[in-house]
Design a protein. Structure first.
Length: 257
């Protein structure tokens, strides 16, 4: 009888161990795991991160932790705000994270940001990285996109009706698509390779800075809320804009051409 009891206890311990192991999450980058522990997510102090410990996390700030990979981030199924600035992460794969609303990853080495399926994403802040492309297809509630000082050559911001801020200066963008965006107020595209742009559909526009682009055609008529417009050509280059109709720009305070 005693032997049966001992075996039963062993079985309970084994089942408990299996259950714990099944709940333990894997994070290949030790610095990422260390950051999670430093942030207090290891609530049972066992040196690991369990599924139950991340289930309700909505905000995660792992900025400046020497991280090179965020593989495992998808375990955070309820995550809304993800901050990973000032790290050396080349690929940030967030695809399918449907609850994500805010991404802040400035001052890094990111070449790929994967956000397909992040249908509730509202803000992307990725200044000072190495992005050469950025697919924002399906992000219909995106309101704020900032990816200045990257290597972007084209960007498609169509079907983003809630956009109010676009900040993409100092890239290599020659192919820029946007609209409809009835709430757009701030457009910063200076130091790119854009040759033609029609701003007339953006009736709420307050600022448009396209300084340093090889512009040949710009359309701005009727933008009665526009206060600042900068169309200066690249340094030591004469303007290629032959004519510019500014009728209706009744609020214009600062104008450079």
């Amino acid at each position: 009888m005693k032997s049966i009891y001992i075996n039963f206890i062993k079985l309970l311990v084994l089942c408990s161990t299996i259950s714990v192991n099944a709940q333990t999450l894997t994070f290949p980058d030790p610095n990422f795991k260390a950051a999670l522990i430093a942030l207090g997510l290891d609530t049972n102090n066992d040196g690991n991160i369990q599924k139950s410990e991340v289930a309700n996390v909505k905000k995660l700030d792992v900025g400046n932790y020497g991280i090179t990979s965020v593989v495992g981030i998808k375990h955070f199924t309820n995550l809304e705000n993800f901050l990973f600035y000032d790290n050396k992460i080349n690929v940030v794969d967030l695809e399918g994270m449907r609850n994500l609303k805010y991404i802040y990853g400035i001052d890094g080495t990111t070449t790929q940001l994967k956000v397909k399926g992040c249908i509730n994403l509202e803000e992307i802040i990725m200044d000072n990285n190495q992005l050469s492309s950025l697919d924002l297809t399906g992000l219909t509630v995106l309101s704020d996109i900032r990816a200045s000082r990257n290597n972007l050559k084209r960007i498609d911001l169509r079907n983003k009706p809630k956009l109010w801020m676009v900040q993409l200066f100092r890239n290599e963008i020659s192919d820029f698509k946007i609209g409809p965006a009835p709430e757009l107020k701030h457009l910063y595209l200076y130091k790119n390779l854009i040759s033609e742009i029609d701003l007339r559909p953006f009736t709420q526009l307050v600022e448009a800075d396209l300084d340093g682009n090889p512009l040949t055609k710009v359309y701005v008529t009727g933008l009665n809320k526009l206060e600042k417009l900068n169309l200066e050509p690249p340094f030591n280059t004469p303007s290629a804009i032959k004519q510019l109709n500014t009728s209706g720009l009744v609020s214009l305070k600062e104008y450079k051409w």
